[in-house]
Design a protein. Structure first.
Lengths: 184, 184
DNA sequence: GCGTAACCGGACTCTGTCGTCCGTTTTTCG
DNA sequence: CGAAAAACGGACGACAGAGTCCGGTTACGC
């Protein structure tokens, strides 16, 4: 790994850039300019482009970090006994994360077939297991996939972004979860 | 009105611009450039700006036309006896329209507080009546407003846009409708 | 037909953003 | 310490889209 080892200052700046990008994406979505990210990180924007050849590469880096966090949520949920409860618990956790981070779903869908493909595939595979279990337990309708769940929850929360009521997203996620419950 | 009467060619071009804009917004969303709209309309883009001082004004014009169509749907639905059925029927109609027109929900939310305010208010008032009736009939959960319904249905359909399955949006709307149904 | 007012569209400006270049500064290591 | 390698960032280029201007053209009333 010593070949790819960065100099100390470079390493520090890289982290600052990633932090600044994550913050700004969370606050205002992926459309913030690279200049602004660099400004918040306290570096010139050329420094950003030295580490990430492209703005999309930077977005991917931030998003894949967040996907890893989501993977943690699913793994926790999979440990739960009650399959239906596990599913709902994961959705609420993921919902909290999306509600806190405006750029998450946007970035997730934006860099669809790029560097995050493997992380995304891993996440989806885990969610699929969660879903399958919930379906077998009769707690979840059978005609939904991991992508469907991500999309429905993600878009519902995005729909609540501008609202004055900061908790609106919870009602929306509640509606979607009710809709996803198996019909009896 | 003769003071605002346009010359014949100007009138013709205005209609072409509106048609072209509606087509392109439907196909690719509101982000198509004014140049492209003008090109499809067969005019220079200055001609577009002569009629609509701003791109947003053009979007508003297109959207308000579509809102009027939606208003027609609600009025039809309000004539229905069964309040729950009326609500669902409207949602499916509106869904068809959104699914056909990628720019609709985008434009609807984009020009939020602009020239379409009155049309939007009228639509919302009608939807509210539809909702109220459905709630009284016990066919709809009580904690949703017209805005909530528009948002949930609109975002669910937008989530289905890229999909290879052109009918995916129907499943998503189905999930949302199930979620909106009153819990018993 | 003809003059005028309305209209047209190509060329232009302005702004904002991504991405590159290169002279200067900083770290690192012998 | 001193030199080489790495990194820095301001200046620059390129591009795209919104909105403006003006010289030429077209419709319309007389």
């Amino acid at each position: 790994m010593s070949t790819t080892q960065l100099r100390a200052d470079a390493q520090r700046n890289l982290e600052r850039v990633l932090d600044a990008a994550a913050e700004l994406f969370a606050e205002r979505g992926c459309d913030v300019s690279v200049d602004e990210i660099a400004r918040r990180a306290g570096v010139g924007h050329a420094t950003v482009f030295r580490r990430f050849p492209t703005k999309d590469a930077l977005i991917s880096a931030v998003v894949s970090k967040q996907i890893r966090e989501l993977i943690g949520f699913v793994e926790t949920a999979l440990a739960e006994e009650d399959a239906g409860e596990a599913f709902r618990s994961f959705v609420w956790h993921a919902g909290e994360m999306h509600a806190r981070d405006r750029g998450l779903h946007e970035g997730y869908t934006r860099c669809a077939m790029r560097d995050v493909a493997e992380a995304k595939a891993e996440l989806n595979a885990l969610i699929d297991r969660l879903i399958e279990r919930a379906q077998e337990a009769g707690a979840l309708r059978r005609d939904v996939s991991a992508d469907d769940v991500s999309t429905l929850v993600g878009t519902a929360i995005r729909g609540a972004y501008g609202a004055s009521d900061a908790e609106l997203w919870r009602r929306y996620v509640g509606v979607v979860l009710d809709g996803l419950a198996a019909r009896g």
